[in-house]
Design a protein around this ligand. Structure first.
Ligand code: ASP
Ligand code: MG
Length: 437
């Protein structure tokens, strides 16, 4: 069985949802859906208004979103019975959302509100399938998708509960919600923004799917950021390691966590375009390609922290003390470089920066730089190849470089620069690494 996931834009209009139905009608698959595009953002805003006690504004926004769904239903369905079912469904989800405008608003209620987008899109999609005579079963993600106390997916729970759900209803086709799950207390939670890809990959791993397809509105992973650089092209083949680096360092097409569960069971991931379904897209699998440079990605909002100390000279245990502080504040480190007397590292989450800085002061002189970007060049830089670094740095010779990390893995060179130089860096690298002939 396959797992096929469609993102928000793929189900963003009634017409697009109908196209998705056409694409999957003959498949044997679990279909994972995101919320209709724009819905999760709107639900986030509603929750924010409720946290600020702006109940009237929240109610207005709920009303607007509800109206857009009634219009959606009218365009999606034509039979009177299906329309009635769908309007009732929309009404009941929105009255649930509305019930949270009455009194104190909590984080649990926020999570429940955020879950409504996927619940709605999947149920409406199934009503449409019913209307066109395609049999499917709706699998409630809240009955099998779960995170543990460390907010990590509970694979054992997911596998066993999903297996049970699959036997409850027999069909070639199953529909389920991406993104939403329960937490260790059984409360409604989610896999964070963009998490539907992760849902698809976790489901793929749980059922040992033959493949996982991720359908979005672009024809696969590109060799550079198409929002910044012209003439990017889609990469036909990527290894899991390359895909994970690119997704983590900014390629928006795929949630970074979604690579690992597929990799664990060697399940290929295909990135496909709903708008141009016949295009090849990208295949992600174990096998490495033989090219030198695969792609470039960039991640903004980076802060670099330098800790300089004479005590580091010839000392051991210094790095452990530094990492210990970041671990206590649950702040992941992305890039790290060291010299004999200083360490520079980057983080992308400044929530606890002040407290971290305070503690680092005991270890040495601390310098902080914000508004940086990590430019990540992905390819094959095995230890016996020559000249790759030269090509990268020649392309970047007019750009000030704050940090470089080379050799951490065979597939990644990370360069930290000021975000103001990002566009220039991406364009120059594109010319230097991909357009030489
Ligand atoms: N609907 C969620 C979001 O917008 C999850 C997803 O689309 O992957 O973040
Ligand atoms: Mg997405």
């Amino acid at each position: 069985m396959k797992v096929i996931k469609f993102g928000g834009t793929s189900v963003g209009t009634p017409d697009r949802m109908k196209k998705v139905a056409e694409l999957i009608a003959k498949e044997q698959a679990i279909v994972v859906l995101s919320a209709v595009s724009g819905t999760t953002n709107s639900l986030v805003e509603i929750a924010q208004l409720l946290f600020q006690n702006e109940r009237n504004k929240a109610k207005k926004q709920i009303e607007t979103l509800k109206d857009s769904y009634h219009t959606f239903v009218n365009e999606l369905l034509s039979s009177a019975t299906q329309q009635e079912k769908a309007h009732d469904l929309v009404a009941s989800h929105f009255s649930h959302i509305d019930s949270f405008t009455k009194d104190l608003f909590t984080i649990h209620e926020e999570k429940t509100i955020l879950a409504q987008g996927e619940l709605l899109s999947s149920a409406l999609f199934q009503l449409y399938l019913e209307e066109i005579g395609v049999h499917s079963c709706l699998l409630p993600a809240l009955d099998f998708m779960r995170i543990d106390k460390d907010l990590e997916p509970d694979s054992f729970y997911i596998k066993h509960n999903l297996e049970r759900e699959l036997t409850h209803c027999q069909s070639k086709l199953y529909i389920t919600q991406g993104y939403i799950c329960r937490n260790v207390f059984g409360e409604i939670d989610n896999l964070k923004r963009g998490g539907s890809d992760y849902s698809a990959s976790l489901i793929g791993a749980a059922i040992q799917a033959t493949e996982i397809e991720i359908w979005t509105d672009i024809d696969g992973m590109h060799n550079n950021d198409p929002r910044v650089v012209e003439d990017t092209f889609s990469i036909e083949h990527l290894s899991y390691d390359e895909a994970a680096e690119l997704a983590y360092f900014g390629a928006k097409i795929l949630h970074p966590a979604s690579v690992y569960p597929a990799q664990l069971y060697n399940i290929p991931i295909f990135l496909k375009n709903t708008l141009e379904p016949t295009k090849t897209g990208t295949k992600i699998e174990q096998q490495l390609g033989d090219r030198e440079f695969t792609a470039i990605a960039a991640k903004d909002g980076i802060t670099a922290i330098k800790i300089k100390s004479g005590r580091m000279l010839l000392a051991y245990g210094f790095l452990r003390k530094i990492f210990d502080i970041f671990e206590r504040y649950k702040t992941p480190i992305d890039v790290i470089t060291t010299s004999e007397v200083a360490v520079s590292l980057t983080i992308d989450d400044n929530t606890n920066l002040d407290a971290i800085q305070e503690e680092l002061r005991y270890l040495g002189e601390v310098e902080i730089n914000k508004n940086l970007s990590i430019v990540c060049v992905v390819g094959n830089f095995s230890h016996d190849t020559m000249g790759s670094g030269n090509k990268i740095f020649t392309s970047l010779q007019h750009i000030p470089i704050r940090m470089v990390s080379y050799g951490g893995s065979q597939h990644n060179v990370s360069i930290v620069i000021e975000t103001d130089y990002k566009k220039e860096a991406l364009v120059s690298l594109n010319n230097g690494l991909f357009n030489q002939n």
